[in-house]
Design a protein. Sequence first.
Length: 157
Amino acid sequence: MGYLLNTTLGQGSYRIIYEGGQDAFLDLTGTTLEDRNIVFLSFDQQFGENFAGWIRFVWGDDDAAVDASNLYSGGINISGGLWGRGEDNIGIGYAMFDGGNTGVEKAQVAEVYYRLAMNDWLALTGDVQYQDNKYEDAEAGTDIDALTWGLRAVVEF
């Protein structure tokens, strides 16, 4: 279910989403199928012509084997209109996952990307993500951090 709201700040999109599956996910032992239910709250809001923000909250059960049952994330979007490239944008985001039952205590991810519109049908996005993973049974200093660089292309026609 969603709601689209136009304000003096700009357009906002507010959604609540339920997703579930019955007897479709393996339990921790890998021998029994469990149900899985997830609720998403998603909020996107423009703040004038060149800025937007978003936040997401996700809660799920952990009867099945899951790395995370909760997700909290947010970020900002900056339009290329500020520097004369209206189809480009910069995004900055953060996410935190927790509540799983497979040994991951918490994971945090920070992301920065730049989307470059090459023409009306092609855009390239350069992306950098940093991830910090904490494990329930990890000894001090054995948690895993990762830095990931990426490049993707999107073709629209």
